[in-house]
Design a protein around this ligand. Structure first.
Ligand code: NAG
Ligand code: NAG
Ligand code: NAG
Ligand code: NAG
Ligand code: NAG
Length: 811
């Protein structure tokens, strides 16, 4: 450790020396006069290098015998271009040449001498071409007036200080990142046949997404600290915010997601520190017509039941029906009634965006089905279970994606004689798993040292654990919506918040509070709601846009500096799920560190489940089980990062008035004060056996705890309180044996809570016991939360079983 820092200090002191040497020697220059040129055969030599050596420009290999003239970060191991002349049209690896002509024109010539690209700056001589330390390639005249600069012609990337303006856009294949006509920064899929905007979410309006359309200056810029600010109110923070000297870039990637990357100086590799979307499934156009994009966790395209790939080599071409198309023009002329000609095949938790033939809320499933049957153009309908049932008949099926959190299904219209169980259906999951985009980057969010924790091993699990503890120390599984919340690195003086345009407009969003505001909101921390190891929770009322009741937690013993606190907030700020308690904002002002949560006012599950005078109805129990599973599945599988809850128990499942489960980490009254990162976390009775072993902890600890909670919902009592007839405490192995007997015989009746007096759904109960049993297994045999959510969904309200059969089941 000491040796390393001494060495570093040495390097730093040597640095000015190195610089002066290089500028004195005959190394690559930062500036060239007219008449200079470089041929592609010399591609190992840069054309220009910035004075501080950060950037180089010259020829980069862009394929077999193909080169592009680009600018790149000199010290990146894979020389990712940050700018390219003539993007998408590389030149031949033999005979091509870049020339800064005597007339001041920078020109790229292909092998046969044709000029394929030029800067169009020819005029009377005396000019120079310079690669600035910002990465900007500039052609200027003798009075240093800029005639042309690469910053005006971005390709798919921005570097710090390079503005994205109304004049340009970042383009990668069919995806564009640009300012739309209404001044909002957007992501657009503009394919050969369809075109649609997918970010910010088309399901919400401009304000609902935390943007404004008032500011017509249309400019967005990334700064060296990792803050990306756009004139439409978007503020994005890199997870390594403010780390000094980090080289960054923002790019539209070939998979349609905009990301910010930081260069790891040690390895020369790039780390993702921010991404516009956590769920790649919401990118449009990845899979083509009639195909579904799945995230497993790699992206993959598959065809709908009854459809096959148009082109096995190119998943973007989509899928075509294997039956005679149902939307033939003369379908209305056919005499036979539609119900005798068509039926529907369900694809669960799947949606297709756009191309709705209509929209009806509060209609029954049967009515929705009828609407689609009667519409000739209808090829499928989407039915969502939210509220009273929302129905979308669809004409064309584009932008399909599957997500365990999607509250509905798509029902595909197929001919009545179509056999959904035959190989046509299994075809969709066969093949070598066609990736939506094989070149898409691996999503690695942050790194242990982003959060300034020592890193010894680089295994996935230590990384996971780092996250669990980072979140754990703060004691937060509370959730927020977007990342645009942090307004500046400094503390904001009270009052200036109101002044910041757009800041108060979207009060439902995550934001930063001043200490004063929270002091006022809680009436000087008057009403205490709870207290625990990491802080005290108070009731508060925010008065923006009506009175909103919140829970404000004052954190004690936060030893981390502002910087780390911010970094953690950017992680937490990205988590957003209906079954997770939302965080509304935070305050970090000197020693004051506070968190503001959504207030959930119907008590926690334990109160409803273990009180002998109440009997929580079966429907609610099942709904809570499903909601909790979905919330955990989201944490484990769908966040940009892996997050482990580590303390799943009835006390941490808060219920809304409608008995929707909301997972949280609530301060209980039980002594729960061991919150040091190295300490065991969790609660006795719910903790997986591996906590006692010296092994890295993974998401399966939550699966174990969930299994216990699930069983408690069935039996209506604490599992840890179960005793034999003789009054002895039952061991887990004995409990597992009892459960196995029940599952094997298929009779769970004796296990089910007696207070329900037989009012329960036996199929659901059997499934719950079965899942619970599999959760208690050795951890590698436990299912994932995703698997569990899917199985529960399948037996929700007696719907038809899904196409997929889970292999983990222990029958
Ligand atoms: C030079 O080559 C390019 C492609 O390599 C071709 O499009 C162009 O027509 C050629 N020009 C001449 C003059 O042959
Ligand atoms: C519009 O955006 C620019 C750039 O972010 C900012 O400097 C300016 O103050 C904004 N104008 C208004 C009226 O908010
Ligand atoms: C676009 O539509 C045409 C005609 O419908 C079809 O042949 C072609 O494959 C489609 N292209 C893509 C990329 O889907
Ligand atoms: C139109 O309907 C008739 C039967 O009424 C059928 O024979 C014919 O093939 C249909 N035309 C098309 C284009 O599907
Ligand atoms: C459903 O919506 C369509 C058009 O949007 C409308 O014509 C129809 O009456 C609606 N049906 C119901 C039951 O609301």
């Amino acid at each position: 450790m000491l040796g390393k820092s001494t060495f570093l200090a040495f390097l730093i002191s040597l640095h000015p020396l190195l610089l002066s040497c290089s500028s004195a020697s005959s190394g690559p220059p930062a500036q060239l006069a007219p008449g200079s040129s470089l041929s592609v055969e010399d591609h190992s030599r840069p054309f220009l290098v910035s004075t501080d050596t950060t950037f180089s420009c010259g020829f980069l290999e862009a394929g077999e015998n193909a080169f592009s003239f680009s600018v790149w970060y000199t010290h990146a191991s894979n020389k990712t271009p940050i700018w390219t002349a003539n993007p998408g049209a590389p030149v031949n690896g033999r005979g091509s040449r870049i020339t800064f002509r005597r007339d001041g024109d920078l020109a790229l010539a292909d092998a046969n001498g044709t000029t394929v690209w030029e800067s169009k700056t020819s005029s009377s001589g005396g000019m120079a071409i310079t690669l600035l330390e910002t990465g900007n390639l500039v052609i200027s005249d003798p009075s240093s007036t800029t005639l042309w600069q690469s910053f005006d012609w971005p390709t798919d990337t921005l570097v710090p200080s390079q503005p994205l303006t109304k004049e340009n856009r970042l383009v990668a294949s069919y995806f564009s990142f640009y300012f739309d006509n209404d001044n909002v920064l957007r992501l657009l899929y503009d394919g050969p046949n369809i075109s649609s905007i997918y970010w910010p979410s088309p399901d919400y309006g401009v304000f609902g997404n935390g943007r404004t359309d008032y500011n017509s200056s249309r400019v967005a810029v990334l700064d060296g600290d990792g803050v990306f600010v756009s004139s439409d109110g978007l503020v994005a923070h890199a997870s390594d915010l403010g780390l000094p000297g980090v080289k960054r870039r923002l790019a539209t990637d070939p998979d349609g997601i905009v990301r910010i990357y930081s260069l790891d100086a040690a390895t020369g590799g790039w780390t993702v520190t921010w991404a516009a979307m956590a769920q790649p499934g919401s990118v449009h156009g990845l899979c083509g017509q009639n195909a579904i994009c799945e995230y497993l966790p790699r992206l993959r395209c598959s065809c709908l039941p009854g459809y096959e790939m148009v082109d096995r080599q190119d998943s973007r071409k989509g899928c075509k029906p294997m039956f005679f198309s149902v939307s033939v023009t003369n379908c209305s002329q056919v005499q036979q009634p539609p119900e005798q000609r068509f039926k529907f095949v369900e694809v669960a938790q799947t949606d297709f965006y756009g191309y709705d033939l209509g929209f009806n809320s509060s209609v029954t499933f049967e009515h929705c089905k009828k609407l689609c049957l009667e519409m000739c153009l209808c090829t499928a309908f989407s039915y969502r279970l939210t509220g009273t049932g929302v129905c979308y008949p669809k004409g064309v099926l584009f932008n399909g994606y599957t997500s365990p959190n999607f509250p509905g299904s798509i029902y595909i219209k197929v001919p009545i004689d179509f056999d959904a169980s035959s190989d046509s259906v299994s075809a969709r999951t066969s093949s070598q798993g066609l990736a939506c985009n094989p070149n898409g980057p691996e999503i690695v969010q942050g790194s242990p040292d982003t959060f300034k924790r020592p890193t010894r091993s680089n295994t996935k699990w230590s990384y996971l654990f780092a996250f669990a503890t980072v979140l754990g120390v703060l004691d937060i599984i509370f959730i927020a919506t977007s990342w645009w919340f942090l307004s500046s690195k400094q503390s904001i003086p009270a009052g200036s918040l109101e002044a910041a345009a757009g800041y108060r407009m979207v009060t439902s969003q995550f934001r930063r509070f001043t200490y004063r505001e929270l002091k006022d909101a809680t009436g000087n921390f008057k009403e205490e709601l709870g207290r625990g190891g990491s802080g005290v929770v108070y009731r508060g009322v925010l008065d923006d846009k009506g009175k909103v009741v919140v829970a404000v937690k004052k954190l004690t013993n936060v030893s981390r500096g502002d910087e780390e606190f911010w970094a953690e907030m950017t992680v937490i700020g990205r988590i957003n799920h209906i079954n997770l308690v939302r965080i509304r904002g935070f305050c970090s002002q000197g020693k004051h560190k506070l968190l503001v949560y959504e207030y959930v006012d119907n008590e926690s599950l334990d109160k409803h489940l273990f009180d002998p005078d109440r009997a929580l109805p079966w429907r609610d129990r099942f709904r809570i089980a499903l909601g909790t599973a979905r919330g955990l599945a989201y944490l484990h599988h769908e966040c940009l990062e892996w997050v482990i809850h580590c303390d799943v128990k009835p006390e941490n499942i808060l219920l809304t008035r409608e008995f929707d489960a909301k997972l949280s980490k609530r301060e209980g009254t039980t002594g729960d004060s061991s919150l040091e990162p190295s300490h065991m976390r969790g609660t006795t009775g719910y903790m997986a056996p591996e906590w006692a072993l010296n092994v890295p902890i993974n998401a399966k600890v939550d699966v174990y705890s969930y299994g216990i909670v699930l069983l408690e919902m069935v039996i209506g009592r604490r599992v840890s309180d179960q005793t034999t007839a003789g009054g002895e405490r039952l061991e887990m192995s004995q409990i597992a044996r009892l459960l196995r007997q029940a599952v094997d015989t298929g009779n769970v009746m004796p296990l089910v809570d007696g207070r329900l007096q037989g009012q329960f759904n036996p199929r659901q109960a059997l499934e719950m016991v079965r899942i619970s049993l599999s959760c208690m297994e050795e951890r590698s045999s436990r299912p994932t939360m995703d698997d569990i959510a899917k199985v529960l969904m399948a037996c929700d309200e007696g719907r038809a079983p899904r196409v997929q059969v889970m292999s983990f089941m222990t029958t």
